[in-house]
Design a binder for this molecule. Structure first.
Ligand code: ZN
Length: 231
């Protein structure tokens, strides 16, 4: 056997293996760093009400369901930009009672359908968007409700409330346990129900109708979701 002939071949094959291994590691590293931060996360965004259920409304026919949807569509876009797979419970003006036969009440079936969507899509989070109403025109600001028996939901609600506070100084309310809300009581995934403001406060109503403010609200919620997964 000619040892001088074997050695260069051995060195060559070892060098080639190392180069190939290096390329594989580089590719893996590049793929890891280029993935968006919410890649692989499934998030349900639920615009409250829809169809015959307008939610709260003013005398001129401005309806909560329409503003909920406008904000939810913006939130979907922002979460998608961060890499999340977003499931909307509705993407138009309709209600969801047709999906469930759980109850004789249309309203209960509608809410049950939203929970079913969260369950069947194997989501990690559900964000339900609503707008509040009060007997006093002075009451304003967001309230984030969480699942009373879930520390994760409470943490998510706290982060959302913190980010909303950066949008406007009157978002001062602390998150509350939402024991009366069907979605919060029954959702199998970590859920927050966000009342983003009051339709009964003239100043806040004007803001909620503006694209820029809707975008800021959506941005605050998506930043909170990012913090939820990465803090
Ligand atoms: Zn509502």
């Amino acid at each position: 056997m000619d040892l001088l002939a074997v050695r260069p071949r051995w060195i060559m094959s070892t060098a080639l293996t190392l180069v190939l291994l290096g390329m594989v590691l580089m590719t893996a590293w590049a793929a890891r760093v280029s993935l968006p931060p919410l890649f692989g996360r499934v998030i349900v965004v639920d615009p409250g009400h829809g169809g015959i259920d307008s939610g709260t409304h003013d005398r001129r026919g401005l309806m909560e369901k329409d503003l909920n949807l406008a904000i939810a569509l913006r939130l979907r876009k922002q979460l998608q930009k961060l890499g999340a797979f977003v499931v909307l419970t509705r993407d138009g003006d309709y209600e969801l009672s047709y999906m469930s036969n759980r109850s004789p009440s249309r309203h209960q079936r509608d809410l049950h359908s939203r929970v079913l969507i969260a369950q069947r899509s194997q989501a990690e989070l559900m964000l339900s968007i609503h707008i509040n109403a009060s007997g006093s025109p002075h009451t304003r600001g967001s309230i984030v409700f969480y699942q009373a028996d879930s520390e994760a939901s409470k943490r998510l609600a706290r982060l959302i409330q913190e980010e909303l506070r950066k949008v406007a100084p009157w978002h001062t309310q602390s998150p509350l346990a939402g024991r009366v809300y069907y979605i919060l009581r029954t959702s199998p995934v970590v859920t927050a129900l966000i009342e983003v403001g009051y339709l009964t406060n003239p100043e806040e109503k004007d803001l909620l109708c503006q694209a820029e403010y809707q975008e800021q609200i959506a941005s605050a919620i998506s930043t909170a979701v990012l913090r939820y997964f990465h803090e």
